[in-house]
Design a protein around this ligand. Structure first.
Ligand SMILES: Cc1cc2nc3c(=O)[nH]c(=O)nc-3n(C[C@H](O)[C@H](O)[C@H](O)COP(=O)(O)O)c2cc1C
Length: 190
């Protein structure tokens, strides 16, 4: 379905006649991104990975401390070993994506959750804008012990993994835009 038709569905009839919205690719991408959980085996381009990581490093962060590190794993053997370390997964916790990005934050940083969310969002949006799919995979950051034991996987000592992003080319049809829950917005106007 063309983007414009999708956006009309989300935002209401007539909105795409306004060029400020219809020509705005950032808005379009934000409104149409979905989590992708099925990937082709094809590896993503190096230039695309670099852009996604640049987007992460430019995310807003508390007091501009940039307390993060990004580890991009593309080696299948390393991914297999990481999979082994993660308990309780019946199948691949990152859906067999060809690229997995670990976001880690200096232990003790006051803004670890906020900074991680900003970096992850930037990466998800950048991936989507480049025609790639991604999904936040919670498994490592939910395990306080595991998150600090991954120096052999390129996570710096003194950092803990706070977010994990699977990235690759979507396999099959891309999901339709989500219809957001109603009643989550309040306007207070004079
Ligand atoms: C903090 C966070 C943790 C998530 N963890 C997982 C996960 O472990 N596995 C997964 O398949 N999706 C995970 N997701 C993706 C959400 O399920 C998804 O964003 C949500 O269902 C909304 O769908 P959408 O991203 O397609 O709009 C996570 C998302 C966030 C923000």
């Amino acid at each position: 379905m063309p983007y414009h038709t999708l956006l009309e569905g989300i935002l209401g009839r007539g909105i795409m006649a306004n060029w400020r919205y219809s020509m705005n690719t950032i808005i379009t991408h934000i409104l149409t991104r979905r989590s992708v959980r099925s990937f082709t085996e094809e590896q993503i381009r190096d230039e695309d990975l670099d852009l996604i990581l640049q987007a992460a490093t430019l995310a807003p962060n508390g007091m501009n401390q940039e307390p993060w590190h990004f580890t991009a794993i593309q080696d299948p053997e390393t991914l297999r070993k990481l999979e082994e370390k993660v308990d309780g997964t019946a199948d691949s916790f990152f859906y067999h994506a060809p690229t997995l990005i670990l976001v880690s934050i200096e232990i003790g940083n006051a803004y670890e959750k906020e900074d991680t969310a900003c970096a992850m969002t930037n990466m998800m949006q950048a991936a989507h804008a480049l025609g790639l799919g991604s999904v936040w995979c919670n498994r490592i950051n939910h395990d306080p012990k595991l998150g600090v034991q991954l120096s052999s996987f390129g996570v710096p000592e003194g950092y803990k993994v706070t977010g994990t992003l699977a990235v690759g080319y979507p396999k099959g049809a891309y999901s339709s835009p989500r219809i957001p829950k109603q009643g989550t917005i309040t306007y207070i106007r004079s």
